[in-house]
Design a protein around this ligand. Sequence first.
Ligand code: 48F
Length: 264
Amino acid sequence: MPLFHPVTESDVTRAIVGGFLRQFEQYVESDVIIVGGGPSGLMAGKELAKKGLKVLIVERNNYLGGGFWIGGYLMNKVTLRAPSQEILQELGVPHEEAVAGLYTADGPHACSKLIAAACDAGVKFANMTIFDDIVLREGNRIGGVVINWTPIAALPREITCVDPVALESRVIIDATGHDACVCKKLEERGLIRTVGYGAMWVERSEDLVVEHTGEVHPGLIVTGMAVSTVYGLPRMGPTFGGMLLSGKRASEVALSMLEQVAAS
Ligand code: 48F
């Protein structure tokens, strides 16, 4: 007597294709699309989905978490400065105080708990999906993102002339880290100017990133290290409290933008 229930190969294939298509079709329009599934994007997504919003994270890699997995110098340790250790407490991530106000945790533990919290809150993910361009509407307001499969984008143009598709959303969040890919697309079109991130200065950088997190262009919020790139703020290295609090702030800004859209 076999242990597992009998199914055929075609049952398995239909389950995968059907599940993918149902979700893809549902998320062709969302309340919020977050580009980048690193710590800031995951945090923003978790907070927004908890409020009942329809949130999609577009991530070019097959894995989520960005720089949060491995932390500093390939050593699997992340650091967070007070008061951001409170988020570790909320997520149930073990941590210890290294010196007063500076906490360490294991990157894989912290990252996997944050991913799980985003999933539990209801965030959906399009991974192996690369942001390619923006959709622009009246008054140059961003109305969505143009995406393609990462493997398509990674192959030489001569053999992969595959047109991308677009997803619509009421608010977009650029959480693509140092690259600030969404903001750079606006810059290419002369709509904003990015400065490039500055040299490391841990004491200053995290406060500044959280302070500057917000709407950078109609319909677009910038969060995480992308904020440093846009405004020329100092980098911070493997300390992640600023990323988590910036993501949280981005979610608050998104909520008020959505309220304004609903009221108009
Ligand atoms: O780089 P990343 O972790 O950004 P973050 O949330 O956090 C930065 C920290 O990890 C660290 C730091 C401060 O502690 O200096 O670097 O700002 O995550 C960015 C995510 O965006 C994805 C990328 O694969 C990563 O998972 N990403 C980048 N460009 C694209 C993208 C793109 N064009 N399309 C889709 N995803």
